[in-house]
Design a protein around this ligand. Structure first.
Ligand code: CA
Length: 217
C-alpha cells in the first residue's frame, strides 16, 4: 500500500484530496498544521508528501527542508502561484508544484507521475470485487482468476484508469491497439463484449451513444 501524507490546514481541501486519493487505492493521512506534519513524518514512512506552503506552526518551506534529507518526494500544493514562488519551491527541492484551485484529476495525474518516476506506482487497481495486478497481469474476481487476452487486459486497464469517463472509441482503440483508428469498430466492440461477459460487467461497461464506452463505478 502506498502511503501519502497530506499537510494542509484547510481541512476541506485536505479531506477532498484524501477522499479522492483513497478512491484511487492510496492510503492517506492528513495533518492540519506544520507541527503535526513534522510529527507524522518523524514517526512514519511515506512514499509521497503533499505539502501546503502557508501553514500554521511550521510552514511548508521549513517542512520541506526537514523532509528533503529523507528522499521522500514532495508536491507543493499552494494558493501562491506567482512565478517566483514556483521557482523557489522547485529550487529548494520540491518535485512538483500545483496551484490552488486545481482539478482533482490533475492532482491525481501528478501524483501518479511522481510515483512512476520514483518506481512506486500503484501496481494494483481495484474495482468492486475485481483486482487487476499490473505487474503480473493477473485479474481476479472474487479472488478467482479471470483469463484475459493481452488486448482484453489492456482495454480493461484503460477503462479502469478512466472510470466514470465516457471514452471515445477512437481513443480507446488507439490506446490499446497502438495504431490509428480506421473507423472499423468490430474489433473493439467484440473485445468489450468479451470483457463484459468474463467479468460479469454487462451493467458496468455502458455503451455511450455515438461516443464509445464508459465504465460506471
Ligand atoms: Ca494553507
Amino acid at each position: 500500500m502506498i502511503e501519502i501524507l497530506i499537510v494542509e490546514d484547510e481541512k476541506a481541501i485536505a479531506n477532498l484530496i484524501s477522499k479522492n486519493l483513497t478512491a484511487e487505492g492510496y492510503h492517506c493521512t492528513a495533518a492540519y498544521d506544520g507541527k503535526q506534519g513534522a510529527d507524522y513524518i518523524e514517526n512514519n514512512n511515506y512514499d509521497l508528501v503533499l505539502l501546503d506552503i502557508m501553514l500554521p506552526e511550521i510552514d511548508g518551506y521549513e517542512l520541506l527542508e526537514y523532509i528533503r534529507p529523507m528522499g521522500t518526494p514532495v508536491i507543493f500544493i499552494t494558493a501562491r502561484g506567482s512565478l517566483q514562488d514556483r521557482i523557489q519551491g522547485l529550487r529548494i527541492g520540491a518535485d512538483d508544484y500545483i496551484v490552488k484551485p486545481f482539478q482533482i484529476g490533475e492532482l491525481i495525474a501528478r501524483v501518479e507521475a511522481i510515483l512512476r518516476r520514483t518506481g512506486k506506482a500503484n501496481q494494483l487497481l481495484a474495482v468492486d470485487d475485481v483486482e487487476i495486478h499490473l505487474d503480473s497481469r493477473i485479474v481476479l474476481k472474487n479472488k478467482q482468476n479471470i483469463e484475459l487476452t493481452m488486448k482484453e487486459f489492456d482495454l480493461l486497464v484503460e477503462l479502469v484508469r478512466n472510470k466514470n469517463v465516457a471514452l471515445y472509441r477512437e481513443r480507446l482503440y488507439e490506446r490499446v491497439w497502438g495504431e490509428p483508428f480506421t473507423g472499423e469498430t468490430r474489433t473493439l466492440d467484440s473485445h468489450i463484449q468479451r470483457l463484459r461477459r468474463k467479468l460479469g460487467w454487462d451493467d458496468k461497461i455502458k455503451t455511450v451513444f455515438r461516443i464509445g464506452y464508459r465504465l460506471e463505478v
